[in-house]
Write a protein that binds this ligand. Structure first.
Ligand code: SIN
Length: 518
């Protein structure tokens, strides 16, 4: 198959880029590939909303400053200013595309507040903003005739000069499309593209205990790394402070930070408030601080969760703003107005990723990246809540503009060989895959979590090497399956997180190594 534009992933970034490009070039073809259904994306799970300056008392300067403080000195200020100042355009475009955001009685947007924000500035649709955005964007995209949406298709690898047996210096390597596995027929086809956008989302499943859906296995990150794209700051994993404590459930259900912005308080099992010991902003400190505070209380007390107390909050307003959270708790016998909600931190967002410039271009020619798989410089060492959907929109738009400039200068690469299936056996025991996945997740939780140490990181590295070799052997022999590819990708991402952590010599934002405490 040949396509002008190939988009990998169907969250906010992939959908925005696709709509912009396909509407601008109705005569050119765009293919969107997504594993699972069109609604399987991290975007679809986003509760909080999109941080956009709206209020009279608010300003771009305040939003920029909050982002820089959360990022703990590692944000790129130019990028922060560019993204923040594009907020109002993002909002108008979303409204134009039919996304509904909540308004108050006076008709203004009902703005939520989350950790690290000094003002109310989060536009939202109740507590399922991401699902509302996905709905509207998918509907718009599906009306475009030049778009082909390949659902249940898994991208095995990006095509590059390596497939032509050319070893070029990193900055001369080009991306020519991807090998794609049809999950229903098990056939692998070659999709040649002139421009490819990686918008494949996050990698929370590397930790197992995560707010991310099962599909968040870091595939895009791993395949970009395999063709030698530059990956940056991947050691900064954000743990959301308040995932609902419900041990068997995956993904962990999120209790949005907007609930704390609404006035909920964190308390220990015996009812004591504790955040004032850690930060004067208490419940509204940025999430790296709140997550570490909870982790430290749990370790001190030998307990598995703390509580979120919503019992004093306005019931009518709470119900209007957080219907899914209220309903989810009720389904587990927790009445949020009478009972405390048990919560604990869970891995939530990867702040680093495939490094891109301000047009969304990676270090590989004709490969763009946006959304969670990318590293733009916006988040630094810790992402400010609700900045990611905004970033995904802005970088998808920048990537679309740059793609529009380039597309007519690019030719297809016709000499890419078709997939050569080396492996022909089906692994007899799927336990070879499932055991290694569990082992990987457990070691990442125990050794590479909120608090790390040199010894834990080295242990993790050694174990990951073993898992890597076992899995590569299996990959060479076995028939390709999404499960095997995902395991391989998760091991690569985990290895990158560990080795980047080992190289970091200062604690910053969401990165905390006990051996670096001064
Ligand atoms: C939340 O609703 O707490 C999550 C928002 C985000 O991760 O930006």
């Amino acid at each position: 198959m040949k396509t002008d534009f190939l988009v990998i992933g169907a969250g906010m970034a992939g959908l925005t880029y696709s709509i912009k490009v396909a509407e601008k070039f109705p005569e050119k073809k765009l293919v969107v590939v997504t594993k699972g259904s069109e609604y399987d994306s991290n975007t679809n799970y986003a509760q909080g909303g999109v941080a956009i300056v709206q209020n009279e008392g608010d300003s771009f300067e305040k939003h920029v400053s909050d982002t820089l403080i959360a990022g703990d000195g590692l944000c790129d200020e130019k990028v922060v200013r560019m993204v923040v100042s594009n907020g109002p355009d993002c909002l108008s475009e979303m409204l134009n595309w039919g996304v509904h955001f909540d308004t108050n009685k006076t008709g203004d947007f009902d703005l939520g507040k989350e950790g690290g924000h000094s003002e109310n500035r989060v536009v939202h649709h109740k507590d399922f903003t991401g699902a509302e955005i996905s709905r509207a964007l998918i509907q718009r995209l599906e009306r475009l005739e030049n778009v082909e949406f390949l659902k249940h298709h898994f991208v095995v690898d990006l095509l590059s000069d390596h497939h032509l047996k050319k070893m070029l210096p990193e900055n001369e390597t080009t991306c020519y499309g991807a090998y794609v596995l049809n999950e229903k027929t098990n056939e692998i086809s070659t999709i040649l593209s002139k421009i490819t956008l990686l918008s494949s989302g996050g990698a929370g499943q590397v930790y197992g205990h995560t707010t991310n859906p099962e599909i968040a296995t870091g595939d895009g990150l791993a395949m970009a790394y395999r063709i030698k794209a530059k990956v940056k700051e991947i050691e900064f994993i954000q743990f959301h402070p308040t995932a609902l404590y419900h041990p068997e459930e995956t993904p962990a259900f999120l209790i949005s930070e907007a609930v704390r912005g609404f006035g909920a308080k964190l308390i220990t099992k015996n009812g004591d408030k504790f955040l004032h010991h850690y930060d004067e902003r208490e419940e509204l400190a940025s999430r790296d601080i709140v997550a570490r505070a909870i982790d430290s209380e749990l370790k001190k007390r030998g307990e598995e969760y703390v509580y979120l107390d919503c019992t004093h909050l306005d019931q009518e307003k709470f119900t209007a703003h957080f219907p899914s959270i209220k309903q989810k708790c009720l389904s587990l016998g927790i009445d949020v107005f009478k009972d405390f909600i048990p919560v604990l931190p869970a891995s939530h967002y990867i702040c680093g990723g495939v490094s891109v410039n301000m047009h969304g271009q990676t270090s590989i020619k004709h490969l763009f990246a946006s959304g969670e798989c990318s590293q733009t410089g916006l988040h630094g060492a810790n992402r400010l809540a609700s900045n990611s959907l905004l970033e995904a929109f802005v970088y998808a738009e920048k990537s679309a503009n740059k793609s529009a400039e380039l597309i007519d200068k690019i030719e297809f690469q016709p000499t890419i060989p078709d997939w050569n299936a080396e492996g022909t056996m089906t692994p007899k025991e799927l336990v070879l895959i499932s055991h290694n996945k569990k082992e990987l997740q457990e070691l990442m939780r125990n050794y590479v979590g909120i608090v790390r140490s040199n010894e834990r990181l080295e242990r993790a590295r050694i174990r990951l090497e073993l898992l890597y070799h076992e899995t590569e052997q299996l990959y060479k022999k076995a028939t390709i399956s999404p499960q095997l590819c995902e395991l391989r990708n998760m091991i690569t991402v985990a290895y990158l997180i560990v080795t980047h952590s080992q190289k970091r010599k200062e604690n910053k934002g969401g990165f905390y190594n006990l051996d670096l405490v001064k």
